[in-house]
Design a binder for this molecule. Structure first.
Ligand code: AVI
Length: 315
């Protein structure tokens, strides 16, 4: 195999081969976030059409006092996928005597940078970063003072990128982590007009298209694949029945690509499924969270019901 990754074969190779060998070709959406992909995602978050980040930030800014109130004093706050410090800062500004804050992120470099900045802004808060993939088991360090309860903060509607079954599994893991009386503060994108969703995932500037195609750029670079980038097109469609945006890369012609000695043939018009982005109603989210034992306690939404931040608790 062509050695293009500093002599290391990426550990996701088997997943890529399996996904492209399936009857409906797929690639894991976690592969979007290499350095270029993370930069493109930051640009998506600033697009006019992509309401998600803008509305969630506004909800956090407007309702952080109430959120801090329902969470209560002395909590151990664990953030899954610690990314945007804008959102966590809104919360940390108002939480009363948190026992500790534990940002969890798969990228160590990113985590060190954001933790240093947070430590400077919140010198009175114990901050214990953990480098981990939150979909796999990981340990949270015990804070130096005993917390009143544990609360997971999971912003960004990242939960929408999991199938409902995988989301339920992840929520079960969160329930186990926070234990009885524990909480979950989560950003959940809402079901809305297909036109709004179409615009958000097919932006005029083509940033989402570049983000999607970057998957193939990454496979070419890191796995020595030979995808012809000009022969694949980004498409995002809303599947109303399943309440999800489905993002794909369409093969514009009959072609093939090779990865590590495996050959993949594409018919003209055949596609690779790259991402689901599920949208929920407050009720439909309550149902899957209910399976994990969570009850919905508070829901904050914007005036247009585009997005929600929800606080759920284990009985
Ligand atoms: C990270 N995640 C919540 C984004 C979403 O909206 O599903 C990823 C994304 N895909 C295309 N645009 C943004």
């Amino acid at each position: 195999m062509t050695d293009t990754n500093n002599g290391r074969i990426p550990d996701y190779l088997d997943e890529v081969i399996a996904g492209l060998s399936a009857p409906e070709k797929t690639l894991p959406c976690k592969l979007f976030y290499d350095e270029r992909g993370s930069g493109l995602f930051d640009r998506i978050c600033e697009l006019d059409e992509y309401y998600v980040t803008r509305v969630e930030n506004a909800l956090m800014a407007e309702h952080a006092v109430e959120m801090a109130d329902v969470i209560g004093p002395g909590c151990l706050l664990i953030e899954y996928g610690a990314g945007s410090s804008t959102k966590i800062r809104a919360l940390l500004d108002h939480l009363r005597q948190p026992a500790a804050f534990v940002p969890v992120d798969i990228s160590g470099e990113h985590l060190v940078r954001s933790t240093d900045a947070l430590k400077r802004s919140y010198p009175g808060v114990e901050i214990n970063p953990v480098v981990a993939d939150f979909t796999a088991p990981f340990k949270v360090p015990a804070p130096s003072i005993k917390p009143s309860r544990s609360v997971v903060y999971f912003p960004g509607s990242t939960i929408g990128n999991f199938t409902p079954e995988a989301a339920a599994e992840l929520l079960r893991g969160i329930a186990e982590r926070v234990g009885p009386g524990g909480g979950l503060l989560i950003g959940v994108d809402l079901v809305k007009s297909p036109d709004v969703l179409h615009a958000a995932y097919n932006d005029r500037e083509g940033v989402t298209a570049a983000f999607n195609l970057n998957l193939l750029v990454r496979l070419n670079r890191e796995l020595g694949a030979n995808f012809n980038l000009s022969c694949f097109t980004h498409r995002a469609t809303y599947n109303e029945k399943k309440a999800r945006v489905e993002m794909r890369l369409h093969s514009d012609r009959r072609q093939s690509a090779e990865i590590a000695g495996h050959r993949f043939d594409f018919e003209a018009g055949e596609s690779i499924l790259t991402e689901y982005s599920h949208k929920y109603t407050v009720e439909s989210f309550g149902k899957i969270a209910g399976v994990a034992g969570f009850s919905t306690r508070r829901v904050w939404t914007d005036g247009d019901d585009l997005f929600s931040v929800q606080y759920l608790e284990l009985d």
